[in-house]
Design a protein around this ligand. Structure first.
Ligand code: ADP
Length: 309
């Protein structure tokens, strides 16, 4: 089997203050994937990225980048990795060109090649006219693009972007996605953390959802959207249910106890046909309620967490 771009094994992190941020994460991202990591605030996304970039030490478990353990084989792992963190962490007094050339130096890239690469990525991210001005004079959107250009100088095989479009206007967001989609099409594996389901839907193939330090969903984006598109109702019958529940096209019935059952159906499905079938089967309904979709609850928290941030 091919070596995954990212492999996370039983990763745990408890901070010194006792907060258990990661409680045994298992995750694999295949080479070439465009992968979304979704989760509400405080879920553990930054901790996971921090461990991957060796800024945070795990309490247990390990992370591998293309088979190189970031703890034991740090240099080789970091050589294959590009990371765009949330906050601007470059020296604002340096010019974009200096920032990229210095970053290349950190990766041991010879100066001439460093200069060529810096120019290439500053051009690709439409920053070349600003290459010689102090970076503090750049607009917010330009600073975001500078962070991406800097993460590209070592031409990483895995690029991780931590909420790169938070607070970025739509125009800049589009140009960033164009760039990132193109490098993914050219073979770079991309992992993106985001609060926006639509962003994941438009860009990503696979997705993991992290909540309270655990992976609670690991699937394709298409399947995730399909799961969000169904709803479940809980029915209480007036009497004991018959041995066989009726067959209703497009509706899955599941017995909960002697007189209670659940019906799961697509959002567009009408309830009249459900009631008609139940009446036909001699089942009288006393009450019915909507059962909240676990994923939907998660997304409500995601959106609310985002508002609070
Ligand atoms: P996310 O990036 O998904 O918002 P984080 O990884 O930042 O989540 O945080 C996960 C949990 O760990 C939160 O409860 C947060 O308060 C806690 N946490 C994060 N960093 C630290 C730290 N340096 N010290 C103590 N607790 C931390």
């Amino acid at each position: 089997m091919a070596v995954p771009a990212l492999a996370v094994r039983d990763l745990q992190k408890t901070y010194a203050n006792g907060v258990a941020a990661l409680k045994g994460i298992e995750l694999e991202v295949a080479e070439g994937d465009f992968f979304a990591l979704l989760g509400p605030n405080g879920a553990g996304k930054s901790t996971l990225i921090g461990i991957t970039t060796t800024l945070v030490n795990p309490s247990a478990g390990w992370v591998e980048v293309f088979g190189h353990c970031v703890q034991r084989d740090r240099e080789r792992a970091l050589a294959l990795l590009g990371v765009v963190p949330q906050e601007f962490n470059f020296n604002q007094f340096e010019t974009p060109l200096e920032i990229l050339v210095n970053q290349a130096g950190f990766h041991g890239i010879p100066r001439k090649l460093a200069r060529e690469r810096a120019e290439k990525y500053l051009r690709e991210l439409q920053l070349w006219d600003k290459h010689a001005v102090p970076s503090r004079t750049l607009s917010g959107g330009m600073k975001r693009r500078l962070m991406i250009a800097r993460a590209m100088v070592n031409e990483p095989r895995l690029l991780i972007l931590d909420e790169p479009t938070a607070g970025v206007d739509i125009e800049i967001r589009r140009s960033m996605w164009k760039f990132v989609s193109a490098i993914n099409a050219a073979g770079t594996t991309v992992i993106l953390t985001t609060h926006y389901l639509e962003e994941a839907e438009q860009l990503c193939r696979n997705v993991a959802i992290i909540d309270r330090g655990r992976i609670v969903e690991h699937t394709t984006v298409k399947q995730l959207i399909a799961k969000l598109d169904v709803e479940t109702f809980v029915f209480d019958a007036a009497a004991e249910l018959p041995a066989a529940l009726p067959e209703i096209p497009g509706v899955a019935l599941a017995r909960v106890d002697g007189s209670t059952f659940e019906a799961t159906m697509g959002r567009a499905h009408d309830l009249n046909s459900v009631f008609a079938a139940l009446t036909g089967a001699g089942i009288t309904i006393n009450s019915m309620r909507n059962k909240a979709n676990r994923l939907e609850e998660l997304f409500v928290r995601l959106v609310e967490g985002n508002k609070a941030a």
